[in-house]
Design a protein around this ligand. Structure first.
Ligand code: DQA
Length: 146
């Protein structure tokens, strides 16, 4: 089972970016935690981050035939990107939307997700643990469609 984790803009700054909202862990710390759990679950995880929308679109397109599930923290692009939504819909691989913060308890512009309708579900508000929950959900989604 292969799972692709994608991370959008500013998530490279985790650890020092608004720690009261996003916590103190870096993306590298989170990746290490996810990979440790993935090993226990017997799955392979690849992790990418970019500040550029087109990179994320390219990784989603490249996932076709190469990954079983995409777990995506699209960050600010969650709320703006028709391109990411269309890419997820186009590849037809199950996708899970994740966020560190609870986007629904924050500013109104964060309440709307353009990618939510093309994802299996959304995990939001559990800090770095949202990533582990995203992994668990990904494994569950695959087992359900087997
Ligand atoms: C975020 C929430 C988004 O609204 C924000 O733009 C981010 C991070 C989160 O993980 O909580 O960059 O996706």
């Amino acid at each position: 089972m292969k799972i692709l984790f994608l991370n959008g803009p500013n998530l490279n700054l985790l650890g020092r970016r608004e720690p009261k909202i996003y916590g103190h862990k870096t993306l590298k710390d989170i990746e290490a935690t996810v990979k440790k759990r993935a090993k226990q679950l017997g799955c392979i995880v690849d992790f990418h981050q970019s500040n550029h929308e087109g990179d994320l679109v390219n990784w989603i397109q490249g996932a076709q035939d190469n990954y079983d599930v995409i777990v995506i923290n699209a960050a600010a692009y969650t709320h703006t990107s028709v391109a990411l939504r269309d890419a997820i819909a186009a590849v037809g691989i199950p996708a899970i939307e994740i966020h560190l913060s609870n986007v629904h308890s924050r500013e109104e512009f964060r309440h709307r997700s353009l990618i939510a309708p093309v994802c299996c579900g959304q995990i939001s508000g559990f800090g770095a643990f949202s990533y582990v929950l995203g992994l668990e959900a990904a494994v569950n989604v695959i087992e359900c469609i087997k």
